[in-house]
Design a protein around this ligand. Structure first.
Ligand code: ADP
Length: 175
């Protein structure tokens, strides 16, 4: 059985992540989406909240499983018995960073854990969790970045009502 792990912060999960998850799920028998509990970052959502959000948006994909981990991704990959790390690439800037991490992981794992990269779908190339947080913090419309149920939770974090700014008639109504 071919399995892979898709690690990340997912703070919060965006349509860009969901696109990568769906495409990975079509390639592997089993995909574990793993939320990294990184103490050096100060996330908006707790690990438990991020796991829950990922479960919500992947519940219709039977071969996707959501988990969390701390420490090295290669150690986690070994623990769950997978040899492949999936990452998404948006731009050249992602590439430099990802290349270094992939090479380090491969070396550290003694060649046991390799990485594969899925290039972003063009319609999601501009999406990042950090821009979602920034736009929402100023009350902007994030409906093109995240599913409605995730958007609602993001606005809640900033003490705001869910918005539907794409549809002025629905402004202020529940998304
Ligand atoms: P990290 O903080 O580990 O970079 P992220 O949650 O930001 O984690 O992203 C996890 C993975 O998803 C990374 O490989 C990242 O490049 C990829 N990714 C993020 N946004 C997109 C997007 N819009 N399209 C494709 N891949 C993406």
């Amino acid at each position: 059985m071919k399995s892979a792990v898709y690690p990340g912060s997912f703070d919060p999960v965006t349509y860009g992540h969901i696109d990568i998850i769906k495409r990975a799920a079509a390639m592997f028998d089993e995909v574990t989406v793993a939320v990294l509990d990184n103490v050096s970052k100060r996330p908006l959502f707790s690990v438990e909240e991020r796991v829950r959000m990922l479960q919500m948006v992947t519940e219709d994909i039977p071969n996707v499983h959501v988990d969390s981990f701390s420490g090295l991704t290669i150690d986690y990959a070994k623990r769950i018995g997978t040899h492949i790390i999936v990452r998404g690439l948006r731009a050249v800037t992602d590439f430099e960073y990802e290349l270094q991490i992939a090479q380090t992981n491969r070396k550290l794992s003694g060649g046991d854990v390799d990485s594969i990269f899925l290039t972003t779908s063009l319609e999601y190339a501009y999406l990042s969790s950090s821009s979602v947080r920034e736009i929402a913090s100023f009350g902007g419309d994030i409906s093109i970045c995240v599913p409605p149920e995730i958007g609602k939770l993001v606005y809640q974090k900033y003490g705001m009502e869910p918005k539907n700014l794409n549809n002025p008639e629905k402004q202020g109504e529940e998304a």
